[in-house]
Write a protein that binds this ligand. Structure first.
Ligand code: PLP
Length: 227
């Protein structure tokens, strides 16, 4: 069986090769290691192999891990799951990023609950395939929602995120990723802090990078499949 360090290495190589194939600079696609459901010892293994960006989906599980790993203080923690308003404080206090912002009420709470001197990095989630099962705002709501978000002093708008519909051909997924890339280019031209197009997971990271992703969120390919 391959170790976490070996799988991480192979994902890093895939990410780098796809980035170069897409005619983008070396190291310009970031790799988020999605450690949801996996033990703290797995995170430590990836950390020791050099990984510094980690993502969690569930507030309570994530906060427990962050607290246990406090001594590894150069980890950047990303929240990538659905967020209910009664849990915003834990995200504001423990995470550096949230990728799934899609509601004004959540933004208001995160802004109010982020400590003085800290900025919370946010990506707006887009439901690019208009999938009833997916969270996120519609693509045509992005301009107005982004404007509101950038007015909150504690939130730093870094970009947009999507999870494409699962049962699609690679060609259909590429079309969804390409639509995201267009939205991203437009947003980046308006707001100087925007530098992140968060899309691509274990099964579709190459496709996502070919279509402009700057940050892939990879779980199973690094940590093994989840139950
Ligand atoms: C679980 C999850 C991932 C990682 O998925 P894998 O298929 O394990 O790579 C990425 N993004 C989100 C939002 C997730 O929930």
């Amino acid at each position: 069986m391959e170790t976490i360090a070996e799988r991480l290495k192979s994902v890093q190589l895939t990410v780098e090769q796809s980035t170069l194939d897409a005619h983008r600079p070396s190291n310009s696609t970031k790799l988020l290691a999605v450690s949801k459901t996996k033990p703290v010892s797995d995170i430590v293994q990836a950390y020791e192999a050099g990984q510094r960006l980690f993502a969690e989906n569930y507030v309570q599980e994530g906060v427990e891990k962050i607290q246990k790993l406090q001594t590894l203080d150069d980890i950047e923690w990303h929240f990538i799951g659905p967020l209910q308003s009664n849990k915003t404080r834990q995200v504001a206090e423990n995470f550096h990023w949230i990728h799934t912002l899609d509601r004004l009420k959540i933004a208001q709470r995160l802004n109010a609950q982020t400590a003085t001197g800290k900025m919370l990095n946010v990506c707006i989630q887009i439901n690019i395939d208009q999938d009833d099962n997916k969270a996120g705002i519609a693509a045509d709501e992005l301009n107005s929602f982004a404007k509101v978000i950038t007015e909150f002093p504690k939130l730093r708008l870094r970009g947009i995120m999507t999870i494409p519909k699962a049962k699609q051909s690679p060609t259909q997924q590429a079309a969804s990723f390409a639509k995201m890339a267009q939205l991203y280019t437009h947003l980046k031209a308006q707001y100087s802090a925007v530098d992140t197009l968060s899309m691509g997971m274990s099964g579709d990271m190459v496709n996502a990078i070919q279509n402009g992703s700057t940050m892939v969120r990879v779980g199973a390919a690094i940590f093994g499949s989840r139950n």
